[in-house]
Structures are given as structure tokens and as C-alpha cells.
Design a protein around this ligand. Structure first.
Ligand SMILES: C[S@@+](CC[C@H](N)C(=O)[O-])C[C@H]1O[C@@H](n2cnc3c(N)ncnc32)[C@H](O)[C@@H]1O
Length: 285
């Protein structure tokens, strides 16, 4: 239980030094850059957590963050401050690129296994959409694709738990799934719709902070790194993409969010493939 030392009531303001400590914590722990005028964001995102955990003010929470006195607090703060917004087949073009360009190319190249990384996968819609895309292509063109392995990673244990469970409510399935896909790839269960085993089988999830090493993941043919780079400063973005480039197989492709671009220094290493209303960045074969 929290003790005294806070600054004002939970619903109230945040002292400048507490805001600064939180800013530093987020920057160092997960790379999230909080601008100097984002105190309102901290109040709105962390206010409910403050109340839930019984803190009387941000000062108490910051103190526990610093000392590590409260187990799981760091993860809860990161979770509250990150955006987990996602949907099925988000922006469509990444999946069209996969289906019409990338998967057939690796299939024709007879690689023994296609490995795809969904970095910052949130609640799983991205890796499962990849799996559905590959499954549908495999059914249309039997023998084209080798076995697939899809690795979904995220910093947040809470979103990974949802992803592993693979059950989505009506609201979530309505965001990007056609009725036909819902019928083919899900079954009704209590509380919503569960992904069927053929969608789940190639996918595994593991926690990973993108600021840390990727060495244990192995190499990939395609990396989805979408709608997460926006949180980081340019130097971190460059470092993450540089290290991702090193985990790509020759001919491998990087797919970013629709508002994210490859930093100029990295562009000479990739060939930009523009098709299906979008873009991906491919290494030379
Ligand atoms: C907006 S979601 C993007 C989900 C999905 N890629 C998409 O485009 O729909 C951003 C995800 O990035 C995760 N994230 C934030 N900082 C991270 C970090 N340092 N390492 C790994 N994941 C992080 C969050 O937990 C969140 O689930």
C-alpha cells in the first residue's frame, strides 16, 4: 500500500519534478518520448492506475517506480502510457504485398521455411492477419509455400496475454474482418470469436522490448514494424531499423506503418517496392 509523500490528490496535478521523472523513466525503459507539454497525457493515462493502486498522488507512484518497491508497477505504467490501437488487416496494402509479392517470391525461391516477425504486435491482430493471408494463399496455390513461422512480440505482457488467448469480442472482429473471413477462420465462443487452430498454429508470441537485443529471435524473411516507431526519437528509430535490417535474410522485406518512413541513411541499403497502394523495403537477394 502506498504511503505519504505524494503531490496532491490522484485526480489533480502532477508536480514538474514528478513529470520529469516519469518522462525519463519512459524514455529509458521503452523509448517513448513525452514532449514537455504532455503532462495532461500522463494525468489522463495514469490517473486511473493511480486510483486503482491506492496512491494519493504522482509523487508516491514515482517514488515506487524509482525504488522498484512495487512489483509489476513499471509494466503497468508502460502499458498505461502506450497505445495498443490495432485492427485486422490494418491498411490492407501490407497484406496485399505479402500475398501477391513477398510470399510467392519466397515460395518460388524454395526457402525451407518462411519466417515473419510482427514487432510490437499488440493484441495479435497483425500476426493473425499475416497467418490468415498465408493460409488463404496456400489453399489457392497448394505447394507454393513452405511451412511458415510467425513471431509476434510486444513490450506489454497484458497485450500478449490477449494475443495468446486469441479470443476477440464483436467490436474487435468488426474492425477489419469480412464476414467470410470471420466464418472461415474463427469459431464462436463465450465472449466473442476465437481464432481457429490453423490460424494459430504458425504463430507464437514472446515479450520483447524493441530497445533490447534481437539476437534470440533468429532471422526473418519479412518484418512488420508498424505504428510503433512514431513513439521513438529519430536516433532510436534509426538504431531499431538498423538492427532489424541485420536480422533480415537476404531479399528480406521490412514493412512500416503507413505514416512511417525509412530514415535517409538506411535507404541505400534497400530497394523500395511500391505496389498495391503501399510500400515495403527489400534487401538485395
Ligand atoms: C499502436 S500498437 C501497433 C500494433 C500493430 N503493429 C499495428 O500496427 O496495428 C503499438 C504497440 O507497440 C508496443 N510498444 C511500445 N513501445 C514498445 C517497445 N519499446 N518495445 C516493444 N513494443 C513496444 C505497445 O505495447 C503497443 O502494443
Amino acid at each position: 500500500m502506498a504511503t505519504s509523500g505524494g503531490h496532491g490528490p490522484a485526480a489533480g496535478g502532477i508536480a514538474p519534478e514528478d513529470f520529469e521523472s516519469l518522462r525519463l523513466f519512459l524514455d529509458e525503459s521503452c523509448g517513448i518520448v513525452l514532449g514537455p507539454h504532455k503532462a495532461y497525457l500522463v494525468r489522463s493515462r495514469l490517473g486511473p492506475l493511480l486510483r486503482e493502486l491506492g496512491y494519493r498522488g504522482f509523487g508516491e507512484l514515482v517514488r515506487d517506480l524509482r525504488t522498484g518497491a512495487r512489483r509489476g508497477l513499471r509494466e503497468r505504467v508502460i502499458e498505461a502510457m502506450t497505445t495498443n490501437e490495432t485492427s485486422w488487416f490494418r491498411d490492407r496494402y501490407p497484406y496485399a504485398l505479402l500475398e501477391h509479392e513477398l510470399l510467392p517470391a519466397f515460395g518460388r525461391a524454395r526457402v525451407p521455411r518462411i519466417r515473419i516477425w510482427s514487432a510490437a504486435c499488440s493484441t495479435g491482430q497483425e500476426p493473425y492477419s499475416i497467418s490468415i493471408t498465408a493460409h488463404e494463399l496456400g489453399q489457392r496455390e497448394p505447394g507454393l509455400l513452405p511451412p511458415l513461422e510467425i513471431v509476434g512480440t510486444d513490450i506489454s505482457p497484458a497485450v500478449l496475454e490477449v494475443a495468446r488467448r486469441g479470443v476477440y469480442d464483436e467490436h474487435a472482429v468488426r474492425r477489419g474482418l469480412t464476414p467470410e473471413r470471420l466464418r472461415r477462420h474463427f469459431r464462436r465462443v463465450e465472449g466473442g470469436w476465437e481464432v481457429l487452430p490453423h490460424v494459430r498454429a504458425p504463430v507464437r508470441f514472446r515479450p520483447l522490448n524493441l530497445l533490447e537485443s534481437y539476437a534470440l529471435l533468429g532471422r526473418f524473411h519479412v518484418i512488420f514494424c508498424r505504428n510503433v516507431l512514431i513513439y521513438f526519437d529519430p536516433e532510436r528509430r534509426r538504431d531499431i531499423l538498423e538492427r532489424m535490417a541485420r536480422t533480415l535474410e537476404p531479399g528480406g522485406a521490412l514493412i512500416l506503418g503507413s505514416s512511417e518512413t525509412l530514415p535517409a541513411e538506411l535507404q541505400p541499403r534497400f530497394r523500395a517496392l511500391r505496389a498495391h497502394g503501399g510500400i515495403c523495403y527489400c534487401l538485395p537477394p
